[in-house]
Every structure is written in C-alpha cells, then in structure tokens.
Design a protein around this ligand. Structure first.
Ligand code: ASP
Ligand code: CP
Length: 305
C-alpha cells in the first residue's frame, strides 16, 4: 500500500533516483500528448479545509494522466456527514467501499491522515493534516530547491513565519535533513517557534540550526528564504505576535540576498512577502506552485500507474 502520510517515509535515494526524474518527465511531457497511464483509475478528493493549490493540482494531475476525479469536496466539514459528527475511520471505510483507486485527504487535525490510512484499503495521500504535516507540499518544495539550484546539498535555508503551526515547514525540515551541507535558520514570533520534535530530529541527524530574531540578520548568507503566513485558522492571532516586519521579504531584504538565492512560500502569502518583489527573478514561489502540479502527476503515476 502506497500511502503518503509524512515525509519521514522517504529517503534520499528514492528522491534522487526515482522521484526527481519522474517529476522532470512529467514537466517535459507536452500537455496534449496524454500519457493516459491512469485511464480507468478513480480519485476521491476529500478536503475538510479550503485549498486552491493542493486540491486543484491533484485533480488536474489525475485528469492529465487520463484518470477521473469521481468525487471532490473542498468543505467536507459542511458538505459531508462530517457535519453530523461522522468520524474519519467510518468515512474512509465507506469511501473505500465505493472502490476508488486513491483518496486525497486534507483534514484539520494532526494524525487524521494516519487514522484514515489505518482503515483504508486504497492509498491515502495526506494533503495536509492540521498542524502536523503536508508531505506533497514538501516534495514540491524539495523538488523546487533541486530544480532552481541544481542540487539540494549545501543549502542554507531560512524558515520564517508560523513555525509551530505551519505544517509545510515541519514536513520540509524532515525532508531536507536527508541531504548534506544543510544549515537552517528559524525566524518566527516567540509564540510560533519551531517545536521540539523537529529540533530533536535535526539534532539526531546532525543538521545545524539556529533561531535568529530578524531575517535581515542573515539574509545575505542564505540560499533559500522559505516564508510562511501566520496560521490564524489554527488559533494563531497576528495581533498577539505584533508585526510581521522581522520576517517580511521586501526590497530591503532582496537587496541583501545573494544573486542566486531564491524566495519560496507554500502560498497563500499575506503581508510577509511584499508584492514589490514578485517580478524579481529570485522570487520562486509561483514557479514552486506550478511545480506542485508536476510533483502530483509524478506521485499519482508512481502510485497508480
Ligand atoms: N497552503 C499551505 C497549507 O495548507 C500553507 C498555508 O496555508 O499557509 O498548509
Ligand atoms: N500550498 C497549499 O497547500 O496551498 P492550498 O492550501 O491552497 O492547497
């Protein structure tokens, strides 16, 4: 069973020898030249939380590979029997009974993707489970670093924003720790610092990390700025943290950055990336979002093809 639940499940060999080449294959394939490798395959996309990129790119990926999206909801908490209190285990057993080939699942609580997988007879793809993980975003992120920089090794990365509730930084921290020459700076409000489980993992894997107070202190020395928004829907109140100025990417920060450094963001961005930097070639976040489509095509093709 090929569930995708968390990024600890991947290793460097798989990333480099199987995953990156498959993404490149998907990227190079002309749109009209359909592979049709997933003809007859069915996806259910079941989202408890809103999504623009993850849901739409998974569904488009399925269609571009000749498969079908048989059911899709973006608000399962309201438009499914989750609203009546149905638990994930029961929902998944029922969905599996309809015979889909894969279920893409976004939930609002940590651990729900694993709970679903425990009861599923088809692959579960975690499209984000609360403040826990977002593995397909992290796969998109690691591929983006690889394609923008030519390698993942020897990357100095600043992870900024809501590091305690942001699931993308957590997944990416696990994934990037599989490479060598990595250094991580964490920049966040005091009440949104990276949690100890990730710090322990980095220590165990001998990945140096440092918490710094202001992005501008280290902007000139990093290869990647990975910015994130405050996760207000998870109870993080921006007012409580004060201003985002100390991790905002603006012209001042861009001037400090190296010529070949890049700015990433899982999106949606709020005020932590000023639109004035969008036209800078180093602003990689929209290319990163596009990569998400090819990453999801690659994953579906590898799991179902
Ligand atoms: N879209 C990402 C997520 O769902 C990041 C975010 O929403 O801030 O985790
Ligand atoms: N990056 C990301 O997961 O975006 P969505 O929440 O729009 O899917």
């Amino acid at each position: 069973m090929n569930h995708i639940i968390e990024t600890q499940q991947f290793n460097r060999e798989w990333l480099e020898n199987e995953f990156f080449p498959e993404v490149i294959k998907m990227k190079q394939r002309p749109k009209e030249n359909s592979l049709n490798s997933l003809a007859g395959k069915e996806m259910i996309s079941f989202f408890y939380e809103p999504s623009t990129r993850t849901r739409l790119s998974f569904e488009l990926a399925m269609k571009r590979l000749g498969g079908q999206v048989v059911f899709s909801t973006e608000n399962a908490k309201e438009f499914s029997s989750v609203a009546k209190g149905e638990i994930i285990e029961d929902t998944v057993r029922v969905l599996c009974g309809y015979g889909p080939d894969v279920i893409v699942l976004r939930t609002d609580q940590a651990g729900m993707a694993q709970r679903a997988a425990d009861f599923s007879t088809v692959p579960i793809i975690n499209a984000g489970d609360g403040d826990h993980q977002h593995p397909t975003q992290a796969l998109t992120d690691i591929y983006t670093i690889y394609s923008e920089r030519g390698r993942v090794d020897d990357t100095v990365i600043a992870m900024c924003g809501d590091l305690s509730r942001g699931r993308t930084v957590r997944s990416l921290a696990y994934l990037i720790s599989k490479f060598s020459g990595i250094k991580i700076y964490f920049i966040s409000p005091e009440a949104a610092r990276m949690r100890d489980d990730i710090k322990e993992h980095l220590k165990e894997n001998k990945i140096p990390f440092e918490e710094v107070a202001d992005l501008r202190e280290i902007a000139s020395g990093v290869d990647v700025i990975y910015d994130t928004r405050i996760q207000e829907e998870r109870g993080a109140l921006l007012m409580k943290y004060g201003k985002t100025a100390f991790w905002t990417v603006n012209q001042e920060v861009m001037k400090m950055m190296k010529e070949d450094a890049i700015v990433m963001h899982p999106l949606p961005r709020l005020e932590e990336i000023s639109p004035e930097v969008d036209d800078d070639a180093r602003a990689a976040y929209f290319r990163q979002a596009t990569n998400g489509l090819y990453v999801r095509m690659a994953l579906l093709n590898m799991i179902l093809g």
